[in-house]
Design a protein around this ligand. Structure first.
Ligand SMILES: Cc1ncc(COP(=O)(O)O)c(C=O)c1O
Length: 461
């Protein structure tokens, strides 16, 4: 008999207490943090949905692997175990470990991009965009048309607009486009998956123009599982097989092992191009470390090697996708507007639709982040105009982002269903008093990646 309840496919061996705070305490803490949830101390957060990155729980096998970590500076056996495990899913020739995803991005763009170049992506993640721009190149998002309608439940809203990619290459000229990137799943686009058909189509365009295709592979296993569930012809295939097929259409990838590596730190850069790999390793040595550890301890390499084996288990992925969907479904049933369908790693609340009385530059995503924290000690993150708005360096004039979202990212294997039920209750309680929620203005901001350190002040309603 098939059970309706999808359980957490693990039992708990070690517990970490979380601190319950009062509403008054939280109101004071968020004021002291200048209404920026990044500036809160984590011990005053009850349910931390700030990110799914590096926040997962490791398994007993991973902890056992940690003890096996070999800390040799060069040629550590832990590196070779890591490399084997990576190559089983990512069939690229050269695997370069890095301390996290953005280090892989920095090295990749330093080697491949020149000032004035253009890098297309289905949607750049913030660090990816910042690393492209830091190199003097332009990061262009080419999301598929279906992604514009947040409420439409299309199965592959993470896809790239292939026609727009053709148009961009024709307009800019092939020489200005050093690489194309595809982010799976599309984090900034709502955690939505990319279909295999779309990967193939993007790859065909890239091959025709002789432009390398790189995958931002952070959530490759969640993406592969969505392909298995939703794309014709894949239901009988194993997730590992689907992941390998997806990567086979690319020339390399960047990876943050803090997501689908099921590790707390780490990443890698992979490529089939020997000359590029040589240049990348030279840069790696300069800032990250020797190529067989790349800024990681041997024990971290071991944790990732085992994490990559576990992440493609289908009972894990079934629970993972079902628990994210559970949160989305229960708040949406009460009328809370979310990006549909629920993403793999997160629920994205449509803050503009939740707080229609606020203008985009009154930062509705920040307003919701503050309210969810004060209401229930829940920490989410704004993905809207603070993160992706544009500030003109000359005039200081600000342009809003396309969407104003509040992301609730679910750490892997950390919270149980009762935690999620509590989150649902708190969000519904904020929903009921939505008309009383004020907007915000920025009183301090850094010149890039301002969302991490910006300070805010509430506006009068
Ligand atoms: C899609 C995507 N790319 C790149 C990164 C950067 O990875 P890291 O945080 O390990 O530097 C992230 C992190 O959240 C991400 O979600």
């Amino acid at each position: 008999m098939a059970f309706k309840t999808i359980i957490e496919p693990f039992r708990i061996k070690s517990v970490e207490p979380i601190r319950v705070t009062t509403r008054e305490e939280r109101a004071a803490k968020i004021r002291e943090a200048f209404y920026n949830v990044f500036l809160l101390h984590a011990d005053v957060v009850l349910i931390d949905l700030l990110t799914d990155s590096g926040t997962g729980a490791m398994s007993s096998s991973q902890w056992a692997s940690v003890m096996r970590g070999d800390e040799s500076y060069a040629g550590s056996p832990s590196y070779y175990r890591f490399e084997d495990s990576v190559k089983r899913l990512f069939p690229f020739q050269y695997i370069i470990p890095t301390h996290q995803g953005r280090a892989a991005e920095r090295i990749l763009f330093s080697v491949m991009c020149r000032p004035g170049d253009v890098v297309p992506n289905n949607t750049h993640f913030d660090t990816t965009r910042a690393n492209v721009e830091y190199r003097g190149a332009r990061a262009v998002d080419l999301p598929c048309p279906e992604s514009r309608d947040l409420a439409a439940p299309s199965p592959f809203k993470g896809n790239m607009d292939v026609e727009a990619l053709e148009g961009l290459i024709a307009r800019e000229g092939r020489d200005k486009v050093p690489l194309v990137m595809l982010t799976v799943t599309n984090n900034s686009g709502g955690g939505q998956p990319v279909s295999m058909e779309n990967v193939r189509a993007v790859s065909r365009v890239c091959r025709r123009h002789d432009v390398p295709l790189y995958v931002d592979a952070c959530r490759f296993a969640e993406n592969a599982y969505f392909i298995k569930l939703r794309e014709p012809g894949y239901s009988g295939k194993q997730v590992a097989e689907i992941a390998r097929e997806l990567m086979s259409y690319a020339d390399g990838c960047t990876m943050s092992a803090k997501k689908d590596g099921l590790a707390n730190i780490g990443g890698f850069l992979a490529t089939n191009d020997g000359e590029l790999a040589r240049q990348e390793k030279d840069l790696l040595i300069l800032t990250e470390g020797y190529p067989t550890y790349g800024g990681l301890a041997g024990r971290d390499l071991e944790a990732i090697a085992t994490g990559l084996e576990e992440v493609v288990h289908e009972d894990y992925l079934q629970y993972r996708i079902a628990s994210t969907e559970y949160l989305g479904k229960h708040i949406a049933e009460e009328g809370v507007p979310i990006v549909q369908p629920p993403g793999g790693h997160a629920i994205y609340v449509d803050a503009k639709a939740f707080l229609p009385h606020l203008q985009p530059l009154q930062y509705p995503g920040v307003a919701l982040a503050v309210e969810f924290y004060v209401e229930g000690g829940i920490r989410g993150v704004e993905i809207g105009s603070v993160m992706f708005g544009h500030v003109d360096p000359g005039s200081g004039e600000e342009t809003a982002a396309k969407h104003e979202l509040l992301r609730l990212a679910i750490p892997r294997r950390v919270y149980t269903q009762s935690h999620v039920d509590y989150v649902v209750e708190a969000i519904i309680s904020v929903w009921k008093r939505r008309n009383e929620i004020p907007g915000y203005r920025i009183v301090y901001q850094a010149p890039f990646l301002r969302h991490f350190t910006a300070r805010f002040e509430p506006l009068k309603l």
